[in-house]
Design a protein around this ligand. Sequence first.
Ligand SMILES: [Zn+2]
Ligand SMILES: [Zn+2]
Length: 235
Amino acid sequence: MIASWFGGLRGALLETAYPSTCLLCAAPGHAGLDLCAACRAELPRPEQACARCGLPLEYPAPFCGHCLRRLPPFDATWAALLYAPPVDGLIADFKFSARLPQGRLLGQLMAEALAPRINVPDCVIPVPLHRHRLRERGFNQALELARPLARALGCPLHHGAVMRVRATPPQQTLAATMRRDNLRGAFRVHPGFEAGHVALVDDVMTTGSTLREIAVALKVHGVKRVDVWVLARAA
Ligand SMILES: [Zn+2]
Ligand SMILES: [Zn+2]
């Protein structure tokens, strides 16, 4: 497990022993991150986006066309970055090769982008992995991103609040229209869970089907407001 590798004494010791180095170009890191100032300035960020679903927009508008036609079950979406090079490569290194420096950097970038913009919720919930996938990968990337965010905001993290009760084929392998059917009934909210306002955390948001399905389950359970915080939003 790679739990609790963000921050803390171990991080401070590593920082002293190994000065930060840019994970993209190998130049010296900047401001304590494994990223140089030039690479950081060039990271793709959402300039203007739909307030409801985070979809990048080409012109300033409060909502995208999809949300105007049909509002999603979540109330707001904040994305730290756009899912485009080099962010996609950093995420793949973290998620599929368990590269810890990439994970730590992505968590730091997410926290610094979101902290000034969001309303602090009652609790933070990472999108759960089914236990079979968790066993294969060894960690849940959403939990690893949510943990330092919750700590930075001083709000509780409830990673048992939503359970993935049915294993489903990876969403990437399905067409958009099949994604929602694939997920129906895949999530269950813990019967004892209670909160008025929650933030759901995930690494990448593409169609948002997974987040939609969880938001519906939370609202049926009585949660009033569900915000979505993602590391990277796909266009
Ligand atoms: Zn660099
Ligand atoms: Zn939208």
